[in-house]
Design a protein around this ligand. Structure first.
Ligand SMILES: Cc1cc2nc3c(=O)[nH]c(=O)nc-3n(C[C@H](O)[C@H](O)[C@H](O)COP(=O)(O)O)c2cc1C
Length: 390
């Protein structure tokens, strides 16, 4: 291993867990779970990432135990996994067993699609989608979603009732118990990308005048209550990681916070509720979040700010080992391998973040982490890799 990359191979303790290195497989939806059930192929896919020395695996997003959690993925796909029912839970137990057998650690990413769910699809097509204020998002936002989907989602629907909110929070807690019972090592929560939790955080989709809306701090209440309910369900030890993002699929240019002070209003209530790690989703890790800040803070990325503001662990993600971001690789058919790890390690060595999320590079190549350790060349990423479980 080169001295330069050695810091990425320092172990890290998260509560009772010891990660052997800082490389984390980022959550990636794969659509390979017929009927919501992960099979032996999915278990093998995750096992190979553990064999390849990945420090921690976060699974594809998994629907929580709520009837409106999942629709189709958005563009006519389905086969999204869920985390309830004997068959799916048996499938997940097998995934965990395979990963543990290869010496790995694994968290599932709990998911409720909220407004992004394509209405009338998924396991319960008759159930209405859950939207904080009945809104999908803005018309005319910068999005890569197909126009017919956007048009069909723009019609306002009924805002979530107090009862809806209670039921969704209870669904997260039930699913968290399943996570523990399946033997997972921790819990990841999808709080970004314009899905349910994020649309409570975002003023464009949360225009509520009750206790679930208002200021940034008040809009954080739903996320905090979800975390609190999960924490109560699994006890004080199990690590909880939460993903958040400025960008939304409804509008890539959206922002929850325009300054560190605004980010603090959002993240502190969620940290206090019991999050151990913030997973700050960016498309490019090497971008400063608030470049007008004085001194060394000017270069910090979103994960750096999450760490500085909350004092919790933070994970960065976005283009590690590749020359473009995920939406660009969708358009261009793939990405070239990039030697940007030096830039990554410079940030890491300054203490900006604790963990490094790796998406497409690990989707393409199960041995990516080992190759980093051995200094071997990376493969380019091809969209063909999306069609199979390598
Ligand atoms: C095929 C694919 C599926 C994804 N699915 C999810 C998901 O289920 N949950 C999530 O939070 N992010 C998802 N993402 C985003 C990744 O977790 C990651 O943040 C993104 O790909 C940037 O990392 P990369 O540049 O290393 O690929 C997905 C990305 C890809 C490429």
């Amino acid at each position: 291993m080169s001295d330069l990359l050695a810091p990425l191979f320092e172990p890290l303790q998260i509560g009772p867990l010891r990660l052997k290195n800082r490389i984390v497989m980022a959550p990636m939806t794969r659509n390979f779970c017929p009927g919501g059930v992960p099979g032996e192929d999915v278990a093998g896919y995750y096992r190979r990432r553990a064999e390849g020395e990945t420090g921690l695996i976060i699974t594809e997003a998994v629907g929580v135990d709520h009837p409106a959690a999942l629709g189709e993925a958005g563009i006519g796909e389905s086969d999204l996994p869920h985390l309830y029912g004997e068959r799916a839970l048996a499938g997940w137990r097998r995934v965990v067993e395979q990963v543990h057998g290869a010496g790995g650690l694994i968290f599932p990413q709990l998911w409720h699609q909220g407004p992004m769910r394509r209405q009338g699809t998924g396991p319960n097509p008759d159930v209405a989608s859950m939207r904080p204020s009945g809104l999908w998002g803005p018309a005319g936002g910068l999005t890569s979603s197909p126009e017919d989907y956007v048009q069909s989602q723009l019609l306002p629907t009924k805002p979530m009732s107090e009862r809806d909110i209670e039921e969704v929070i209870a669904a997260y807690a039930r699913s968290a118990v399943h996570v523990r019972d399946c033997g997972f090592d921790g819990i990841a929560i999808h709080g970004g990308h314009g899905y349910l939790i994020d649309t409570f955080l975002w003023n464009v989709t949360n225009q509520r005048s009750d206790a679930w809306g208002g200021s940034r701090r008040e809009r954080s209440r739903f996320a905090a209550e979800v975390v609190r309910a999960i924490r109560r369900a699994v006890g004080p030890e199990m690590p909880i990681l939460m993903r958040f993002s400025q960008w939304k699929q409804q509008d890539f240019k959206a922002k929850l916070a325009h300054s560190p002070a605004e980010l603090e209003e959002i993240l502190l209530p969620i940290a206090d509720a019991g999050v151990d790690v913030f997973d700050a989703s960016m498309r490019y890790f090497n971008r400063a979040e608030f470049p007008d800040q004085p001194g060394a803070d000017a270069v910090l990325n979103l994960a750096g700010w999450a760490r500085k503001i909350t004092g919790r662990l933070a994970m960065t993600v976005g283009g590690v080992g590749l020359n473009n971001g995920m939406y660009d690789s969708n358009k261009q058919g793939g990405a070239q391998a990039s030697d940007n790890l030096q830039l990554l390690v410079e940030r890491f060595a300054r203490g900006e973040f604790d963990l490094v999320g790796v998406g497409r590079s690990l989707l393409q190549d199960p041995d990516w982490a080992r190759k980093v350790r051995l200094g071997e060349a990376f493969e380019p990423f091809s969209n063909d890799a999306l069609k199979v479980l390598t």
